[in-house]
Design a protein around this ligand. Structure first.
Ligand code: ACO
Length: 317
């Protein structure tokens, strides 16, 4: 599998740390020193599905294809206004494609899981051109009176088109059922028969536990992948890591003994956009001309579950 097109869409509303100071007991110094975030893009008037379709159209155009050429759509998404149908079905209609569609929820690792599924499908000869979209609005899962969580997130949609080729070098997915450190519970409709206690609550996160698990699991995935591919850390042009927190990215850079030029980031401008963060950053780098044919890229993500996903691929465009 190789990546032949990328695209992205951001919400129009930019929320700076100073804007958060107006209604939360927080400050720019705390947010920047703990997270590296200066601002984030937050959904206001937009609908997530429109942003997802926008990113998808750009990726298809970048690939030099038409929506008709797409023969499978995978959308990574944690939350959106629809429980059903899947966001992928809505994207299909909006862009005018006609293929089979499926959604995947592997939290912030979802884009890597979706890419891995696409790789399998292409290797099996079941599809020629697959659209992979990651569209996320985590700002709708948090309590905006809770300063410890709402400052961390932003919304966005990133997309890639993949096709047959020599791009994917190695991938690795892991899941350990560790559901108590990061979750969001939604209350379902009542029925006349429900007797068990039920509740809904905004996102809960044990920040320190997530921080520790993220650094350890991402470092482990990176080491295993480099070994599998027979590569040294400095053979990779860019490490495109899940953009959850600048300090997590810096900890992984330190562990690899690499300087920060290997670690492009958008967390300072976009916040944590869940599974959209990696394709958003990939598209940014591609459109700025920072990716050259033959460059090796390592992507690594982690998220609720606890899930992790990582892959190494060669830029072939
Ligand atoms: N502004 C000011 N003070 C704050 C804020 C805020 N926005 N939020 C918390 N504080 C206070 C706390 O109340 C606490 O005060 P206290 O000592 O008086 O009780 C103090 O700051 C320290 O709080 P901690 O939670 O211990 O701060 P910590 O240094 O651990 O940083 C953070 C918190 C940034 C959440 C960190 O734990 C972290 O980055 N964790 C990883 C989070 C992450 O990556 N999540 C996403 C992964 S999965 C996904 O992407 C969905």
């Amino acid at each position: 599998m190789k990546i032949i097109g990328t695209g992205r869409a951001h919400p129009s509303k930019v929320v700076t740390n100073a804007m958060l100071e107006q209604f939360l007991d927080t400050n720019d110094e705390w947010i920047v020193s703990r997270t590296g975030m200066k601002e984030r893009r937050v959904i206001s008037s937009e609908k997530l599905e429109d942003m997802a379709a926008d990113a998808a159209r750009k990726a298809i155009e970048d690939a030099g294809l038409k929506p008709d050429d797409i023969d499978y759509i995978i959308c990574s998404n944690v939350v959106n206004e629809y429980i059903t149908p899947g966001l992928s079905c809505i994207i299909q209609g909006a862009i005018g494609a006609k293929c089979a569609c499926v959604d995947v929820n592997a939290a912030c690792s979802g884009f890597i899981y979706a890419l891995d599924m696409a790789d399998d499908r292409i290797r099996a000869g079941k599809a020629k051109h697959i659209l992979v979209v990651a569209a996320e609005e985590p700002t709708r899962m948090v309590d905006w009176t809770d300063r410890s969580l709402c400052v961390l997130f932003g919304d966005g949609a990133g997309a890639v088109v993949v096709s047959y080729g020599e791009g994917m070098i190695a991938s690795r997915l892991t899941t350990q059922s560790k559901t108590d450190c990061l979750y969001y519970v939604r209350k379902l409709e009542p029925t006349p028969y429900i007797t068990k206690p039920e509740y809904g609550a905004p996102m809960y996160m044990n920040g320190r536990e997530v921080f520790k698990t993220a650094v350890l699991s991402s470092s482990r995935d990176i080491k295993r992948l480099l070994d599998k591919a027979g590569l040294q850390p400095s053979d990779i042009k860019y490490y495109i890591l899940h953009q959850a927190n600048m300090r997590i990215i810096e900890a992984i850079a330190n562990w690899l003994k690499l300087d920060m030029s290997y670690f492009p980031h958008n967390v300072d401008r976009c916040g944590n956009t869940s599974s959209a963060s990696i394709p958003l950053l990939l598209d940014e780098l591609a459109r700025e001309g920072k990716l050259k044919k033959g460059d090796k890229i390592l992507m690594s993500a982690f998220g609720a579950g606890f899930t992790t996903g990582a892959c190494i691929f060669e830029w072939t465009k």
